[in-house]
Design a protein around this ligand. Structure first.
Ligand code: ATP
Length: 269
């Protein structure tokens, strides 16, 4: 009994990296999210699941600041992110990828990844021209970072290829590389397995796990592919009809009767 109390106390004393607190989103008369709360802990992969219409995308869009919650708060390292505009979230350490890939199709892989570094470099033309040496150093650092990430995600061979001509799976990897180039604390992945074949999903799972382990990045994974979520997530939150249905380890959530019922009653399997 003593041990159990100690373990619980220890778990709750660790401050979360990101805290979702009682978040609700209402569109007209539709309650898309209804008082959802959970924590994301540093260096972990959190899987966010739920049947169609459960509220996953709405929550993802709140985290990436595309939507403003009607109620509640989202705290990164104890500070609300809700005062930040969407285009500033990379600066505070939140990176994201898009369900259908949002790259610059006519730029090379290298240039697309280079765009990602922009969030971490404060350059303005006048001060830069006055500090040429500093600019050259920054430029060298950016190049180094871009090449390191291209190597890390096995994209060196296609570095100078125009993105539009690449297979979808490779484009998804480029998007991941671009998000990593901003050196995020949290990476938000919106259905990264969508459109990938079995082998590609397997590789993706390994890549996401490596990113967590090697780069100390905390990951939120919104995903319909149950096999992927259950094999790589440290913690799973299940939503249904805008509410949190269950949370826990993948095994706990998978065995939860309410989760099973929600999935059996939906078209998702
Ligand atoms: P899916 O797995 O199908 O993508 P989801 O879990 O991501 O579903 P959401 O897209 O967040 O679910 O939708 C939650 C609810 O909010 C649904 O009832 C949806 O119809 C509604 N909704 C989402 N976005 C809007 C919007 N922009 N305007 C009005 N209603 C919306």
């Amino acid at each position: 009994m003593m041990q159990v109390q100690l373990a619980q106390g220890q778990a709750s004393s660790v401050a979360p990296l990101l805290a979702v607190r009682d978040v609700s989103v209402v569109f007209g008369g539709i309650v898309a999210l209804n008082g959802v709360s959970f924590d994301m802990h540093k260096g972990k992969i959190l899987g966010l699941i739920g049947p169609n219409g459960a509220g996953k995308t709405t929550l993802f869009n709140c985290l990436s600041r595309l939507y403003q919650p009607s109620k509640g708060d989202i705290l990164l390292e104890g500070e609300s992110i809700l005062t930040r505009p969407a285009h500033k979230i990379a600066e505070i350490g939140i990176g994201r990828t898009f369900q259908n890939v949002a790259l610059f199709p006519n730029l090379s892989v290298l240039d697309n990844v280079r765009v990602g570094t922009h969030a971490k470099t404060s350059s303005d033309i006048i001060s830069d021209s006055l500090k040429l040496r500093k600019v050259r150093r920054t430029e060298a650092e950016i190049n180094e970072r871009v090449h390191e990430i291209l190597g890390y995600l096995n994209l060196h061979d296609v570095a100078h290829t125009i993105v539009a001509g690449l297979p979808f799976g490779t484009q998804k990897r480029v998007e991941l590389a671009r998000a990593l180039a901003a050196q995020p604390k949290i990476l938000l992945l919106d259905e990264p397995a969508g459109g990938l074949n079995h082998e590609e999903v397997h590789v993706l799972g390994d890549v996401i796990r490596r990113i967590r382990d090697d780069r100390d990045v905390t990951v939120l994974l919104v995903e319909h592919h149950m096999g992927l979520v259950m094999s790589i997530a440290d913690h799973v939150v299940a939503l249904n009809f805008g509410k949190k249905l269950a949370e826990g380890t993948p095994a706990q959530v998978q065995a939860d009767p309410d989760v099973i019922k929600a999935y059996l009653g939906s078209k998702d399997q």
